[in-house]
Design a protein around this ligand. Sequence first.
Ligand code: G3H
Length: 534
Amino acid sequence: MSFVFPTEESIPPEYRISPIHQKTYLLGGEIREWNGETQMVQSPIFLNRNGKLEPVILGSYPSFDTAQSLEALEAAVTAYNHGTGVWPTSTPKERILAVNHFVSLMKEKRNQIILLLMWEIGKTEKDATKEFDRTIEYLEDTIASLLELESNSSKYISESGLIAQIKRSPYGVVLCMGPFNYPLNETFCTLIPAILMGNTVVFKPAKYGVLLLEPLLECFQKAFPPGVINTVYGDGAKVISPIMESGKIDVFAFIGSSHTANLITKKHPKLNRLRSVLGLNAKNPAIILPDTDLKSMVPEIVSGSLSYNGQRCTALKILFVHKDILDEFTKLYLEEFSKWKSGMPWEPGVHLTPLPEEGKTKWLKVLLDDAIANGAKILNPGGGEITESFMFPAILSPVSPKARLYHEEQFGPLVPIVPYSNIEEPLEYIIKSNMGQQASVFGEDPNVVGKLIDTLVNQVARVNWNAQCQRGPDVFPFSGRKDSADGTLSVSDALRVFSLRTVVSFKDTEKGRNLLGDVLKTKSSRYLSEEFHL
Ligand code: G3H
């Protein structure tokens, strides 16, 4: 059962990697040289060197201090220039052309970024490829969505003696921070819509998955005017606190823990100025009803709980299984799980890989031991075994409400099973939970499931019937209640959260109409439009 890290020689040549020592950052349209302190990047992948496991050093990146991060902020503030900068006053058509340019440059970096996703965060080749391709698709769909939005809002409305055009304007300067589990996709799902709507951005990559963004610096530089995007790196307390304390951030776009989001948000001196777009903690439950078609549903539940080692905000993080089917369910779950292969991200058919977060396996072990001390048993052989950054998944039952794993988000390969006899038990859990992102219900009886759906839609933001929880497809709204999110993201919603509906209105008189005609004829306003054409 013990996990085997490879020797250097056994890695196929196309998956080998040379260290990247990033000595550059993007500020005010320049790719600047960095000569200050750096942060070392260690891969979750270890190498077997003469029988000894040694971590792979992937390179390093700049570690900013307060002065550097404030310089990046000033570059974004200057580019926005109180809404009078080149970017916020550009037309949607001009912004779309720039983003299109960026997407075409980004496509050239596909292989490099996929390889870095594998080495930096241990994502399998299949999932890393999916993350890259899904991001490109998301950006292309976002452009299409903006075209539609603009064409709908280019009409003039006549109401109560007034004529108005209602379009969307940017908010200002956005601080954008993404998560390590989707360092490209989730980050770009806020970063690019924010830019597309005319905002300028200070962008801090997640703690892990930083180097994979380095190849994109020159793409940003080539595609956007100076200062539209500025990068910062390093310790949050040094880098993010002063930016927030300045009071110059208009939108905080953050995917991560609610604890960190609260710490950062509180630093803003003018809370009513600050808009927040947050994707936070989740502990999505699956309710497995007694009449579930287990044979066809168990593979879905295994995938929902363990894909990318359970490191998805949408993962099924607690399984409520009806007592009448508990034995059959666990038997099938273990059978399906036994097909899941552990290994290196580049190995064909691999599912389970090392974890990128420093100290994560130790922390998971604490949760695991606590669940066992509170009556749970590990159902699978080798469950919970640790080899450096790798933890073999532990499937645990029965997990008691006294265990930390019952309440806390594990974000890793621990699968807690909670047997129940009365549906009120999982419902009470969901109602009392601080989190409220999604839930999955597995069962066949439309009467039972229909009633459950009615209860759950007022507890979470998405109810999945006979399906695992997930964000996609990206046209669906992605949100959460309670401590799980603030704001809604999707291809079309993201454009809305980064912009304000803004009205230009005038009296509906002959004089008013003539004056509008003159403005449109002379094109003296870039904002007012007759019709939207590209
Ligand atoms: O980590 C949270 C992601 O948004 C989950 O997305 O459900 O497509 O894996 P996914």
